[in-house]
Design a protein. Structure first.
Length: 243
């Protein structure tokens, strides 16, 4: 299985996906056409055009999954990219088009998978660690399950200078672990994960990621860290009532 999972698609002061251009080019080496899933945003055509403009710089054509029979397009896709936006809307659309199983099968067969933000959430067992507002109600929370652990994209560290009194990620993710015995990787902006078979590596900017595991203090990990052990983690997951 070959995965590239970005925390974010746009870095401050950079154009769309440019901050991860080299990693994307390597991940999609040999791919001539990419199948893009734009369901996380309302404007499917506009979103697909945005991705196509970037991929053109890599010599890769882009086709939106909404432009034909979605399951047939997935079945013959060279590679699949699910973009960011609202994770609840994205999952609901994937379910309505019967795509979770189709994408899992295609990726298991060797097609590279790329996700950013909400698309990265989709690679996890469920969307329960997303930051998004549930603007729609999907038929359960189970996602693609391309990884046996959870990710929290756009992870933010608590700031001692803020007047914000709401819960921080540092508080919310341990609450998740109280109910779910599965690790959660908080990926800061500018970071990404690369999976190639049984190897999993953290890459990107120096800020790195923060790993939350049941019964242990959070641990810090920088770019270049081998996180392959997470692929063999006991991802016991209670999805009763979650689809």
């Amino acid at each position: 299985m070959k995965l590239l999972l970005l925390s974010n698609s746009t870095a401050p002061g950079r154009e769309y996906l440019v901050h991860a251009r080299d990693a994307i080019a390597e991940h999609l080496r040999g791919v001539s056409e990419l199948l893009f899933v734009p369901y996380a945003l309302a404007d499917h055509d506009g979103y697909t055009a945005k991705v196509a403009a970037f991929m053109e710089t890599l010599g890769i054509r882009v086709r939106g999954v909404h432009t034909g029979d979605p399951r047939q397009l997935v079945a013959r896709a060279e590679a699949v990219f699910i973009g960011g936006g609202n994770s609840f809307r994205l999952l609901k659309s994937l379910q309505e088009h019967g795509l979770p199983a189709a994408i899992r099968e295609r990726v298991a067969a060797g097609a590279p998978y790329m996700g950013s933000s909400a698309g990265t959430n989709m690679a996890c067992p469920t969307l329960r660690t997303t930051n998004d507002m549930p603007i729609v109600q999907p038929d359960g929370f189970a996602t693609l399950g391309l990884l046996p652990f959870q990710i929290n994209p756009h992870y933010l560290d608590a700031s001692p200078d803020t007047s914000h009194m709401g819960e921080t990620r540092e508080e919310r993710l341990p609450q998740f672990l109280e109910e779910n015995a599965v690790p959660v990787l908080g990926m800061r902006e500018g970071t990404w994960l690369r999976r190639d078979g049984d190897r999993l590596e953290l890459a990107g900017v120096a800020a790195g990621a923060r790993l939350f595991t049941p019964g242990a203090a959070p641990s810090e990990h920088g770019p270049g860290t081998d996180l392959s052990a997470l692929l063999t983690a006991d991802a016991r997951f209670d999805v009763r009532g979650a689809g």
